[in-house]
Design a protein around this ligand. Sequence first.
Ligand SMILES: N[C@@H](CCC(=O)N[C@@H](CS)C(=O)NCC(=O)O)C(=O)O
Length: 300
Amino acid sequence: MTDTVFKLGAEEAGDGRFRRQQSKFRDWADTTEPGRHDLYVSYACPWAHRTIIVRRLKGLEDVVGMSVVHPYRDERGWAFTGGEHRDELHDWDFLVDAYDATDPSFEGRVSVPVLWDRQEHRIVNNESADIIRMLNAWGTEGPDLYPEDLRAEIDAINEPVYDNVNNGVYKTGFAGTQEAYEESFTALFDWLGRLDERLGGRRYLAGDRITEADWRLFTTLLRFDAVYHVHFKCNGHRLIEYANLWPFARELHQWPGVAETVRFDEIKRHYYTTHPELNPRRIIAAGPLDMDWTEPHGRG
Ligand SMILES: N[C@@H](CCC(=O)N[C@@H](CS)C(=O)NCC(=O)O)C(=O)O
């Protein structure tokens, strides 16, 4: 593991299009016991935020430990700087140490979230989509977020939401050409429109029960007006303009325990200061001033 330098375009394929690297560690743990597994996360990151939320909803906070990296990431990668941002397990200074301990030949990008196995002293999995399924299966509290009877529906909606919305904002923000930018911008707002319509006819993405599909969409919606609208030039519409998406996002934000997982200070600090190619002076956009996440959502 030598090259941890963040460069815009490091995930570009030469045609101006951003391509997210595939997660390398994809093992599965069917069970856990208190103190066996830990999460390495960033409050800023939408992918890590999924795992923080599911850990909370499934009552796993005393079972699965959690260490939080500092929101500012420089060329050395995600770091533990002390205080709230310390590695509770190993007291490592950088997350790269977890990757090195697991596979010294790993040469990819060091990303959060990471699911760590204390017993085997290695990363089990660094793909949030897998990690939330494991946490859902391990937890005994809260709703089943991937129920058998809704799996086909959930899988079917996850795919376009991932491609056009979750990853779509990144493709838009990191586009290297006007053409690539417009392509992902168009797909993003096309899909936000479709999702808004869908949520006009049903309470949640897969029907009348909340599932992982909703939480996967939520972490992107949460960051939309504060970050993506400005920093990633996703300025087709604001979240607050959508008749259904905005109340839907508020409902999820108001779900018991969820607001405590939301750190807008870390979210904004991370994005606006970590990508100097997009924001060379690292000034953190101060708005929005017009969003009230506590306003009654009126759904259901
Ligand atoms: N597929 C991964 C993506 C995770 C990811 O890209 N995380 C970002 C933070 S939002 C990261 O750690 N990036 C580090 C880097 O690109 O150097 C997942 O969903 O778990």
